[in-house]
Design a protein around this ligand. Structure first.
Ligand SMILES: C[S@@+](CC[C@H](N)C(=O)[O-])C[C@H]1O[C@@H](n2cnc3c(N)ncnc32)[C@H](O)[C@@H]1O
Length: 182
């Protein structure tokens, strides 16, 4: 059984970005919500809770989110598998670390993104465009330890970064490239 991911440095870096966004009248998806740290920040803006969808693959996280955010849409999903709507903003603080056999099984689901660390991110990016409304944005956290992210088809802008002892974290705003973009 995997643990719920409770906020760490990556969560707080993303939360700092989330705090500055105006969510009025926006449809929002928080992918891999974990403990719902970003839902808490977003709901402070008095948006309609039904405009906020929280998802996670971890059934324990889903149970916790249902209890703590009963008015939001909460969907157990492996990335976009069970998602039907389109959104103005999609957040993801994904599992981004390369596989490490020393990582306990109980935390791997939240931290490990595959052999290179980018496998979950790349699956996410491959499908994300289908779930964005016109001019929709993705806010994605990554790390200097994540190798080979496939950014093809997207424009990206760095919104925040933080140096930790052993890695650097980044938060990017990503949007789909238009025909006229380089
Ligand atoms: C690094 S944690 C982030 C949790 C929370 N958003 C935060 O910022 O503290 C990554 C989250 O993604 C979830 N996750 C991992 N693989 C997933 C997948 N394939 N589909 C959806 N969620 C996934 C994990 O269960 C975990 O809750």
């Amino acid at each position: 059984m995997s643990d719920i991911y409770f906020p760490a440095e990556d969560s707080y870096l993303l939360a700092g970005v989330v705090k500055k966004i105006n969510f009025f009248n926006k449809e929002i998806l928080d992918m891999g919500s974990g403990s719902g740290i970003h839902a808490k920040t977003i709901l402070r803006q008095k948006i309609k809770p039904e405009n906020l969808t929280l998802t996670d693959i971890n059934p324990l996280a889903i149970k916790y989110l249902k209890k703590n955010f009963p008015k939001c849409n909460i969907i157990k999903s492996n990335l976009f598998e069970n998602i039907k709507d389109k959104f103005d903003i999609i957040f993801f603080n994904p599992p981004y670390l390369p596989e490490d056999k020393k990582e306990p099984k109980s935390s791997r689901l939240a931290t490990t993104g595959g052999k290179k660390g980018s496998e979950i991110i790349n699956r996410f990016l491959k499908d994300a465009g289908n779930y964005l409304k016109k001019n929709g944005k993705i806010i994605l956290l990554t790390s200097s330890l994540t190798r080979d992210i496939n950014w093809a088809g997207f424009n990206k802008k760095l919104l925040a970064k933080k140096k930790l002892f052993f890695e650097q974290l980044y938060v990017f705003e990503i949007s789909e490239k238009n025909f006229f973009d380089e």
